[in-house]
Design a binder for this molecule. Sequence first.
Ligand code: FUL
Length: 469
Amino acid sequence: MILDERLIKTVPSERQIKHQQLEFYAFIHFTVNTFTDREWGDGKESPDIFAPSKLDPEQWVLSVKSAGMRGLILTCKHHDGFCLWDTKLTAHNVMNSPCGRDIVRETADACKKQGIKFGVYLSPWDRNSPLYGRGSEYDDFFVGQLTELLTGYGEVFSVWFDGACGEGENGKKQYYDWERYYAVIRRLQPDACISVCGPDVRWCGNEAGHTRAAEWSVVPERAKDSEIISEKSQHEDSEEFRQREVNARDSDLGSRDILRGEERLIWYPAEVNTSIRPGWFWHESENDKVRPLAELADIYMKSVGGNATFLLNVPPTNEGLIHENDVKRLYELGGFLRRTFAENILPSTALSCENAAGGHGIENVLEDSYDSFFMPTSPRTEVTLTFGKPEKLGCLVLKENIRMSQRIESFAVEVRENGVFRRVYSGTVVGYKRIVPLGGVVTDCIRISISDSRTQPTLSFIGAYRQGQ
Ligand code: FUL
């Protein structure tokens, strides 16, 4: 019955599960670029220009929290090499600027105080360091930077590396010793995920917020080496890149056909990263270009609701605050999510299913936990949700027990109207979470049919939500 043992033996690590459960978290891009109106600095900027007059990392944290985000990743050092913390390894840092405050410390503390996770972006490409391009001398310096960040600022949930690798101030390129960097991170922060240029979280392949209809978490190991996703991130400072979508060749990374014949499979879940504005850094000219609520809500539904996580960048201004237009949009997004998922009506719904395996009955989907889950005796099954009266529904949420890998490959949702079932959705991946939009359909009964699965499918949770007001 099992299609291929290796497929379902490929499961997430605990750190990957914890990371995926964060679902939605913020990127904060802030450095000298904020003051030069550029996207990439050249490393020659004077620390004197870094002078935010109203710097308030707690305002950043409160703003992103209002959108429902559960973590924040700060650009501790971008390609320009300017460090936002009190580092002993280079003078090119915030303590030698008019700001004079350890921004990494203040941000990590604000996250802790407000109960969200803190993560670090540290650019391996460093256009300021004279050591860059000098092999292990630079690796020592970079490992020293990692060590400061991973030992001095409390728990870190993500170490986010992009793949940009240009020339340093001496005109040379550096060949990064990734394995050495990874070993340091594992030793100092074993629970942190190493994202994008790392083994734990996969870049979705674009920076525009474009999502795949089928985003698999079990993929060939080759996905780690950029062979499938041709670039791990932006390699040139171009707006065109930031808007680029996934190309067709990359649209399916893990279907049964793709995995067939692959020797090594890994659990490598996707993260969708994009900015709330056109740029990663703040530009005054983009204050009126904050993305509309509908667009952000759509990316949320298709990323978090499409078996990926959502990393949304919100850049502070040169005053050191999130701009009021972004603050407003984040709050609106939070409101939209609170309304959309206000009440799960499943507990007062009659549930029935075909062929539940012993101990894995359908009632287990009421509790959102991997300890109790529904599992039928065969790869196909049908689950029926019968409401006491017609309900106007906004969406349905399905979750697999990913501790047992992802198994579902094909499913459909039908709604009953005037006694007749009508198919409103058909899909492939469920994985960690699938949000099925129902668009306000009025129905007294929903049928979920799983028509294909790698072996007996699991559902750890089902939620049904009324249309938000
Ligand atoms: C890329 C960088 O070049 C961009 O500036 C930005 O930081 C993005 C998230 O990653 O590789």
